[in-house]
Design a protein. Sequence first.
Length: 440
Amino acid sequence: MQEEFLNSMEEILGDDFQKYLDSLNKIPRKAVHLNTTLLKDKNILSSFLKEQVPFDSTSYFIDEEKPGLSIFHTLGLYYVQEPSAMMPALAANIKKDAKILDLCASPGGKTLQLSNLAPDGIIYANEINGNRLKNLVSNIERLGLKNVITTQMSSKDLKNVFQNYFDVILVDAPCSLEGTFRKNPLAISLWSKEKVREMALIQKALCKDAASMLKKNGILIYSTCTFSKEEDEEVIKDVMNSCPLKIIDGNNSLLRYTKDGLTCYGEDLKKTRRCYPYLIGEGQYFAVLQKQEGDEKPIKNALEPLNKQEEEIVKKELETSLWEIPFHIYKYHSQIIAVPKNLKDVPSLKTHTCFVKIGDIRKNRIIFHHQFARCYGTYFKNKINLKQNDPLINQYLKGHEISYDVANGWGVLLVEGYPLGLYKASNKRIKNHFPKGLRI
């Protein structure tokens, strides 16, 4: 590591500097955050989960070397996430029906947490980088999240749509990655003071745009995985000087596993929190701020009803295939989507997904989408439910047709009661509709 970086860490940590150096030689433990949106009984993962992450009842340490290869990962029952990265989403008390913006959302771990915390709310998960957006969309589909909209917009474009609107905004900002050095040698080679200063400018702009999108008393959670005071406390001080925000205390459950923020920019910065590898997880900084003013401005709804022909085709197939239709059906930018019944207003945005895509109409019939099966598969009348070690699972994941005595029509293959993907049955033959890009 560069001497300039080590000197700055020694200045920040003082007597704890040696603890930090020692921690860099230790192997970090993996952990997972459970997808409580889907998971009905965590006992199904009992051989996999070790002790609970101490500040979160829905997260566990694991010893599994390759947790992404498990069928339960494919089913979306958990997300692999290091413990300190779980802290920002837990830093504030979030209401179940909150309107939330995850401004820098990829790869989606914090989006999952926010969706689980606000199951009756709406999550806008934004990612401006195209490659990172693909990872985000893929994870949201795998996790079966029904209340998420993914967007690819700059913070400036978003603030032109949303003024004084959100209850919660999470800005997990791009940063110089100092907190990842133990597991990411590339980040070490890319570090420089110039990069730190460059990131700080970006972070300040993101936070100021985010502040304008918060309603009065709304909460801004700012986080980085870096240690530099220029990207952490200095950003918060600058934003408070420019915006009607004040620092508030985060959740007490996190205090034991973090250190106070640096007070070089003011005593109130002590309320912000720092996590180091010798405490738990990797490196993390977060601050919770509350907006002091701002009247909410309504948005113009862009959800559209289906035309008569579309409605007839879609409803006929849904009524044939499902035992209940637990959502509203709308079009959004020409996509036919399932909208949770408690959510109605969505503005016109540059989106990649809006809630759950039902499918596409081709030759006067609906072809269901994989995401629809992941989110609403348990509502299908026609189902095949396999045990986790059934050899038919591998056949299905490879895209093979399967022989099975099941009623004709659309159906969903489940594993231990959890939807894996679509099929269409005809004369005891199962035509495989698992997406080609996901096959093994």
